[in-house]
Design a protein around this ligand. Structure first.
Ligand code: HEC
Ligand code: HEC
Length: 161
């Protein structure tokens, strides 16, 4: 019970902060594969467990869904204080992809489930994905040597042997 109340309070705080920043988050430049957008809090908080995935790789509705469920984030607890959460949410929304999903309604929570990801990786063979050095398709840095700086250019891909 206490858990729900705490969560509810946090969500309200996030929602309030978000509505304040939404108006500034309208204009967007979509940077696609190469990250140009930057934000210090996002960089430090969202690269603690994996690379800071570029905002341009998911639409705003996906980021909103991810940011409102950080306490149950892919099996881990990535909760943030309300101020950090709202700043990061606004940053992600502002730099999100303009692509929309068809049907289904539910926002995708994974870049690795998007059509762009699948087509960009259509030539990567099953044996590569199964390599223990890769671990997970979400482990971008296993193959993209500059993933940490937001650079996913194909010239810097090195498949682990
Ligand atoms: C406490 C660790 C932790 C923190 C902090 C964290 N994440 Fe994650 N995140 C994970 C784990 C674990 C996964 C699942 C990775 C996998 O499937 O291999 C994940 C996966 C993701 C994915 C899906 C990747 C894909 O395409 O499959 C996104 C998007 C994501 N995180 C965004 C964020 C954002 C945004 C933040 C900062 C607000 C953040 N994460 C902070 C642990 C964390
Ligand atoms: C198992 C290795 C591997 C992993 C893990 C991986 N990729 Fe890739 N990625 C590749 C290969 C191989 C290509 C295609 C390179 C080519 O076409 O020559 C590619 C291409 C791309 C491209 C297109 C690059 C271009 O210049 O057109 C993007 C963007 C990309 N990956 C993003 C990601 C992201 C984001 C992640 C993590 C969520 C990820 N990749 C995880 C191997 C990987």
């Amino acid at each position: 019970m206490l858990f729900h109340i705490k969560n509810f309070t946090r969500n309200v705080a996030v929602a309030l902060a978000m509505s304040a920043t939404l108006s500034v988050a309208q204009a967007d430049d979509h940077d696609g594969q190469k990250r140009t957008a930057d934000n210090a809090r996002w960089k430090s908080e969202c690269s603690a467990c994996h690379v800071a995935y570029p905002p341009g790789m998911l639409p705003a509705e996906s980021w909103r869904a991810i940011m409102s469920g950080l306490d149950k984030h892919f099996g881990s607890d990535a909760s943030l204080d309300a101020a950090s959460a709202s700043e990061i949410t606004a940053f992600l929304e502002k730099n999100a992809s303009a692509k929309k999903y068809n049907a289904s309604g539910k926002p995708l929570l994974r870049i690795t489930e998007t059509r762009s990801f699948k087509s960009e990786h259509s030539e990567v063979s099953t044996s590569v994905w199964k390599n223990p050095k890769v671990k997970s398709p979400a482990n971008c840095g296993a193959c993209h040597t500059k993933a940490e700086s937001g650079d996913f250019n194909e010239d810097d891909v090195k498949i682990p042997k």
